[in-house]
Ligand binder design. Sequence first.
Ligand SMILES: Cc1cc2nc3c(=O)[nH]c(=O)nc-3n(C[C@H](O)[C@H](O)[C@H](O)COP(=O)(O)OP(=O)(O)OC[C@H]3O[C@@H](n4cnc5c(N)ncnc54)[C@H](O)[C@@H]3O)c2cc1C
Length: 645
Amino acid sequence: MSVTERSEQSNTVTEEQARAVAEEARESSWDKPSFGKELFLGRFRLDLIHPHPTPEPEAEATARAFLTRLREFCARLDGAVIERDARIPDEWVEGFAALGCFGIKIPVEYGGLGLSQVAYNRALMLAGSVHPSIGALLSAHQSIGVPEPLKLAGTEEQKREFLPRCAKGAVSAFLLTEPDVGSDPARMASTAIPAEDGYVLDGVKLWTTNGVVAELLVVMARVPESDGHRGGISAFVVEADSPGITVERRNSFMGLRGIENGVTRLHRVHVPARNLIGREGEGLKIALTTLNAGRLAIPAACAAAGKWALKIAREWSAERVQWGRPVGRHAAVAGKVSFVAATTFALESVLELSGRLADQGRHDIRIEAALAKLWASEQAALIADELVQIRGGRGYETAESLAARGERAVPAEQLVRDVRINRIFEGSSEIMRLLVAREAVDAHLAAVGDLADPRAAQMPLGRKARAAAKASGFYARWLPRLVTGRGRLPAAFREFGPLATHLRYVERASRKLARSTFYGMARWQAGLEKRQCFLGRLVDIGAELFAMSAACVRAEALDESARELADVFCRQARLRVARLFDSLWANTDDADSQLAAATLEGRYSWLEAGVLDQSEGTGPWIADWRAGASSERNVARRYLSPSRA
Ligand SMILES: Cc1cc2nc3c(=O)[nH]c(=O)nc-3n(C[C@H](O)[C@H](O)[C@H](O)COP(=O)(O)OP(=O)(O)OC[C@H]3O[C@@H](n4cnc5c(N)ncnc54)[C@H](O)[C@@H]3O)c2cc1C
């Protein structure tokens, strides 16, 4: 099939086909225990996360020494330089490379530092607090770039060839997105056609973080099915200077001004067969599995945002006096300061817990990591917004302008711009909710079998009756267990002191969550998957319960001040959970769907009169993305001299 045919065909991908591709990439088995999965099934398995997992003392000491060196280096850098010049200075990148920051999690035998996920998260927080673009550079390289997929699915030969280069600072990038492929990889148009000794890659990749400066790429492309080739979306390691690769543009964004994010065109790029990662057709599965821990880079960025916002909120709102008292002592501002402090404690607790579970390797953390990504990115955006409000007019003013007037250069508005992307990339919040909901209702789907099939209406009666009998058996055993549990016992979780009440709540809410999922299943059956808002609320409840559990478990291992933070955080979270439970059944979902449909059909376009849309006529919504030779200048550049020499 030609590239043009493929690109035309991708426009006709149906919802069912899109779902089938996502389903194929999903890990269907659960070989290890999962706190998150149990939580959605109404089983609060505190034993899986408590006592707070502790790292090996020796590994902790090595990590501490590295973080001290990193801190000393970062303290000499001024993030305002990146904000002003919209790039990370080359010599800084050299410095990070010399410290080993491009191989933090790469095993020592392959030239890396061999540190843990927890240490990596802490390094991202530290470096990202100079400027979040540095965090993005390091994490796009290590969390989704070449090192992680190779550690996971690479051959020994691939690891020996590429990991030492990555560790030294050969920057890597991950190329999945295309102009027509965002949340839906089934539309992928890039192709990898089998050829002598390898594959020939064609396609256009959009928004490749590090793509402009990368030395190595992970490219996702579709291999057509043919004799001897099972085909499917596959992952390749590609040398970024291969003939036929053109970085046509460096994109600029609302925030993350220093990232080197590009549009990369591949035209007849030859890739040796030995550079295929895993097997043909496994590309998406490898990408998704990589993201299980890879996603934790985003909660790290969010926890760092919370910590910095807390420091500014504390110092500023104690100092700024209006109406006779520091603004932080007015109840309306105090509520915001409390939210920032309590949520920051929970953000770090979620990050630490998820990181430690990842390091232990004994748990399946795909739900925890997805919840952490979703919840942290949503909360950090709220924190940043509240910080701007706490700072008043100065919150809206740029750091440069503040400094020019002789005031402290606090980039609060920059924080809003920088954290906003976390809700969009590496799985948008909407997609994360679908992903977690899919896992949360998995037990139900397995139990009700054919009843959950959208084609159930056309099924023979006998088959439907068999499915109904199987479902009844499952629910007859499962539902009674959701009626009562430890959360009802006044003395349960006593060892947590004043936090015990919150853990009892989590236990009760976890059962209610599972019951609510069942009611949804009973009410909508196959139609449940279309109830995205209902499912999204279930997931958001699960995320709050996970954050509460993480906060209590961590506080218990710390001191009184941590318990105060955890207590107020849990009280705030409980109010959010109560609202979410209420809105499961009392909402405007149906009315919203109708209104949205009518809006899309133009029924209310009269409402748009009276303003101008200056974007109209400036270009199509989606640029022409056909594969072919490039007619653009190659804007690729390197931070460091190539490491192959
Ligand atoms: C700064 C930046 C850096 C990036 N870095 C990389 C990178 O390094 N590598 C890479 O491959 N990609 C990268 N991306 C791409 C990023 O991962 C995508 O933007 C993201 O996956 C969303 O895709 P989209 O923008 O095409 O949104 P779309 O898929 O067009 O979605 C538009 C909206 O619809 C929602 N939506 C879509 N499908 C559904 C559904 N089924 N149900 C409910 N809601 C839905 C989305 O959540 C979103 O709100 C980057 C993007 C940016 C902006």
